[in-house]
Every structure is written in C-alpha cells, then in structure tokens.
Design a protein around this ligand. Structure first.
Ligand SMILES: [Zn+2]
Ligand SMILES: [Zn+2]
Length: 394
C-alpha cells in the first residue's frame, strides 16, 4: 500500500476506489508498485496468460446464443498494466453483450488484479473553500430530497442543484437513487470497497451491510459502523430474504457468471426488494468513438460488457421484474480523455495534465447530448429492478 500511495496519481485513486473488488483475491493485492508494473508492461504484453488458466466461452454468458461476431482481438491490459495476455472480445448477435473468449479461469483471475486498489481512506471531495461550498450545496440537496439534516449543509443547495440537471444526476447517482418514497430499510452494497456509499446510506437512515473480498477494504469500510463481511460474489454467504435493497456499482461486468450473480442477489432480497446496478455501456458514445482503446473494455477484468437491453435480459433471467433505467450523469468528457490517453499508449490515469483537443471536447459534449435524447447511448447503464412480492425463496 505504501508503494502504491507513493506512485498512484490522486485521480486514479478516486477512480479505482469505485471499481469492483469482489473478484479480486486479497493476497494478490498491492504486491507490486504501480510504477514497477507500468515499466514491466511491455514485457508482460508479449507474455501469454498461462494456457491452463484459460477457459473457453462458446456461447453468450447472458442469453446462451452461439452466434457472435469478433469485435476486437489482441486487446491487452492498458488500464492497470498488470495483466499478461492478449484478448479477443466478441459481441453476441442476439442480445448485444460483449464477452471475452477465451478468458481467465476463476482460479487465475487474481493475476489481473495485482494492483487493484479498493481501500483508500474513504475521505471524499475537493478541499479548500470551494470544496467546502460544494459539500454544503450537495448536502443541502440531499437533505431536501430525503428530509434529513446532514451537516454541513446549505439550505439553498436543494434549490440550486435542482436547477442544474447535470449536477443533480451526479449526486443522484452517488446516493444510488435511494428511494424517496419509502422509509429506509436494510441494504447491502456488494463490492463495497472503502464503504463511502455505506457511510452516506447510514446518514440517510439505512441499516447498512457491505461485502468485499479485499480484507483491507473490509477493515476500512467497517470504520463507517456498517456491518461489513469479508466475502466473494456470487458466494456472498449472506442470509436469504434479508435485504430491502442490494446495490452493485461496477461489479457485474467482472464476474464469470452474471446470471448466477444476479440470482444470488435475488435470493438475499426480501420479496418486494430492489436491486440497483450500474455498469459500463457497450453502446456508449465513448465506445463508438474509441473502439479498441475505449477505457471500459478493461481487458481482461471486464469479462462481460452489457447494453441496456442485455442487462434487462440478465435481470429478467435471474427472476427480477419492473426493470427501470435511471438517468445517467454526463461522463463522456472524462471517459474520452482517458480513452484518448490509451489510444496514445499512455496511462489513462497518468498524473500529467491532459486536455482534450477542441474537436474531441465538442464530440464528447455531443455524445452527452445525444445520450440525453437517447439514453441507450449513456456512458454507464444504471438500472433498478424488483423482486416480486409473490416471490418464494430460491
Ligand atoms: Zn447474448
Ligand atoms: Zn468494472
């Protein structure tokens, strides 16, 4: 951790802590420094993933269709620079999901997470006067939304934020669209990382649980006061029919069997309970623009990448109903920036200052605007779905 702290740029930390860690075996974490891995990447690129550590994926992991098209081949780890191997990504001709074939086996996937980082101190937000003002406005908005009294807060925060739809969407996403129309209940965040979301959910009155496979993340998240369990996914070990809400932020694309994972969520939800899920979107403007250097390909950690329709298919296959998509914040500019750096062979989260060329900046803004008109083009898919009141224990 010390070595990583020395070398990991601040923005990278912010980004990575939002990533999934449930499929990241703890003892593989942080045993190499970031710089060391980056320096070794060229050598690692030409090293294959061990043959015995690969498995074939002959049909779509979401719908079972065998008809597919090759999208990209020769993909390498250009985000964390720690995984060997070259990867081929296919698109299912039936549901539109993309998936790696072959892919790392569950027994060897830890090699792709050598420097995965999920357990910083959980202190968020900009510092200084401007940071303080932003925090007050944000808390004011949340207080108005949920009728709470989180401090420090500015009473005009609710009014100002309500007039700024992009900001409102961003905050709504950060509180994971917690329901405003029902009293708080019990929730679990699978892949909770440092517990930042758990802290907010507790302030809003929820009984909070977390699950993470990284013991350091678990230790950090426990400081929030939430009940945090060291466990994996889909094998969470959580009690059946216990939760009103289960959240998964950028987790589902990392698991080998997304349907089994969603069935596990279904099992632990009470009848009438809800899942909240977010994941990258194959149909996003940034993917269309950058193709094989799109940030969210993240090979070989992203095993399945969804479309809005294929995520719905997966949720329904697992037993859910009432699938509802949430408005997505406008993320295209930052993802364009990261993807551009990948296309130049650079670290997508390098500390060097980088700005988008003007034409790309406008393309990113256009992508966000198009996603407003056609939400199937959003950078991320955010969806909720329900477990019917009539559901029995699975
Ligand atoms: Zn499919
Ligand atoms: Zn991910």
């Amino acid at each position: 951790m010390q070595a990583l702290d020395c070398h990991l740029p601040a923005f990278r930390k912010t980004f990575v802590k939002n990533f999934c860690s449930v499929c990241c075996p703890a003892d593989a974490l942080l045993n190499k420094s970031y710089i060391r891995n980056k320096m070794d990447h060229n050598q690692m690129e030409i090293q294959p993933w061990p043959q015995e550590g690969l498995e074939r994926v002959e049909s779509c992991p979401i719908c079972g269709e065998v008809d597919r098209e090759l999208l990209y081949e020769g993909l390498t780890d250009r985000v964390f620079f720690c995984a060997p191997g070259r990867w081929s990504l296919y698109r299912c001709m039936a549901c539109g999901s993309a998936f790696l074939d072959p892919r790392p086996t569950p027994a060897t996937i830890a090699m792709a997470y050598n420097i995965y980082f999920t357990h910083d101190d959980g202190v968020e937000g900009a510092k200084g006067l401007f940071g303080s003002l932003k925090r007050r406005l944000r808390n004011g908005y949340i207080n108005g939304l949920y009728n709470k009294n989180i401090q420090p807060a500015s009473k005009i925060g609710h009014l100002i934020t309500s007039l700024l739809p992009p900001k409102r969407r961003q905050i709504d996403e950060s509180v994971r669209h917690l329901p405003t129309t029902r009293p708080p209940g019990t929730l679990v965040d699978i892949g909770c990382g440092n517990g930042q979301f758990l802290r907010m959910a507790m302030q809003l009155g929820w009984q909070t649980w977390g699950v993470d496979i990284d013991p350091k993340a678990v230790a950090t998240a426990r400081k929030t006061g939430a009940k945090v369990i060291h466990g994996g996914f889909p094998d969470t070990g959580l009690p059946s029919q216990h939760f009103d809400l289960v959240t998964l932020s950028h987790v589902i694309e990392h698991v080998h069997d997304p349907i089994a994972a969603l069935q596990e969520v279904f099992r632990i939800l009470k009848p009438g309970g809800q899942i909240w899920i977010s994941t990258p979107n194959m149909e996003s403007g940034s993917h269309a623009r950058f193709g094989p250097t799109w940030l969210a390909l993240d090979s070989p950690r992203h095993l399945v990448i969804f479309t809005r329709q294929s995520l719905k298919t997966a949720l329904i296959s697992a037993g859910f109903s009432d699938v509802d998509y949430k408005p997505c914040p406008m993320h295209a500019t930052e993802i364009f920036k990261n993807s551009l750096r990948i296309s130049r062979g650079e670290d997508p989260f390098g500390s060097e200052e980088s700005k988008l060329p003007l034409f790309l900046y406008f393309e990113a803004k256009l992508a966000d605007f198009q996603a407003l008109l056609n939400p199937s083009l959003c950078e991320n898919i955010i969806a909720t779905a329900k477990k019917s009141n009539l559901s029995q224990v699975v």
